[in-house]
Design a protein around this ligand. Structure first.
Ligand SMILES: [Zn+2]
Length: 280
């Protein structure tokens, strides 16, 4: 099974990506959580255009990506899990959890350091919250993330299949938890034990800095609860809360060219975590 997955890596990635994208889009039409004011065509074409740029850039800038490095590390015995010869099943579980913790910590860091916030705030400047928001990341943030992931893989030595499963899972859960879908409250409460739900992550896209700086998890909901960044509900409620940040609130700001130069525009504003809380 792991060999089959690895041999068909591009196919697995694209099938899960398109499958979840279409499934969530259909779910958003069938049972939307919030009324959307901005035409889907504008946001979707620009957000998906960014996915194409991000994908090409990663392929061009990295001679070896995370899965490839994990394969090499397995072969050569590099990294903690390979050095200690941890049983494969245990290494698999530990790797998926450790990679998720690394992504959580990286996300907190992108909110804490003003220069990194300039890159990450483009993800937050989307004025609606739906499946394509989960794919809207600045190319430089994508490249930095890949660099961090490669460093984690080199140090940890995870099984290559764990890296692939983690990346595919993260892509799927990011699309799921940014979706504008209505999930019954009881179901949401149960799901929150194992996965970040759209209602949990929407709070992270609130205009209020205190809410933006909470619920950093993308995949497992445990880190926010364990490390003190969890917020169960938005103060203004899911229907009336404002999505986005205070800067970049025009329709023109949603265009691809503006998204790309956004890190250079305006001040880093009051959102970075270490600038103190908001009074609002
Ligand atoms: Zn964020």
């Amino acid at each position: 099974m792991p060999k089959l997955l690895l041999a068909n890596e591009p196919l697995v990635r694209i099938a899960v990506f398109l499958g979840i994208l279409f499934a969530m889009a259909a779910w958003e039409v069938a049972a939307p959580r919030r009324r959307q004011e901005i035409p889907r065509l504008l946001r979707w074409t620009n957000n998906l255009g960014l996915v194409v740029i991000d994908t090409i850039l990663v392929r061009l800038t990295f001679p070896i990506v995370a899965v490839g490095l994990a394969l090499l590390a397995e072969e050569r015995g590099w990294g903690l899990l390979n050095v200690f010869g941890v049983p494969t099943w245990l290494a698999f579980v530990a790797s998926v959890i450790a990679l998720d913790l690394a992504i959580y910590l990286q996300h907190v860091m992108f909110h804490a350091v003003p220069a990194l916030w300039r890159l990450h705030r483009m993800h937050h400047a989307d004025l609606e919250f739906d499946v394509t928001t989960g794919l809207r990341f600045h190319p430089i943030e994508i490249v930095l993330s890949m660099g961090i992931k490669i460093a984690v893989v080199a140090a940890l030595g995870p099984p290559a299949v764990a890296v692939l499963v983690f990346e595919v899972l993260l892509n799927a859960t990011a699309m799921f938890n940014h979706s504008n879908v209505r999930i019954p409250q009881g179901m949401d409460r149960i799901l929150r034990w194992i996965v970040v739900t759209p209602d949990m992550h929407r709070i992270h896209h609130s205009i209020h800095p205190s809410e933006t700086n909470s619920n950093f998890g993308f995949n497992l909901p445990w880190w926010d609860k364990l490390l003190g960044t969890y917020r169960p509900q938005p103060k203004e409620g899911h229907d009336s809360m404002t999505i986005g940040i205070e800067q970049f609130r025009t329709g023109r700001d949603l265009w691809l060219d503006r998204m790309l130069i956004q890190p250079l525009r305006g001040p880093a504003s009051g959102y970075p975590i270490n600038r103190g809380g908001d009074a609002k």
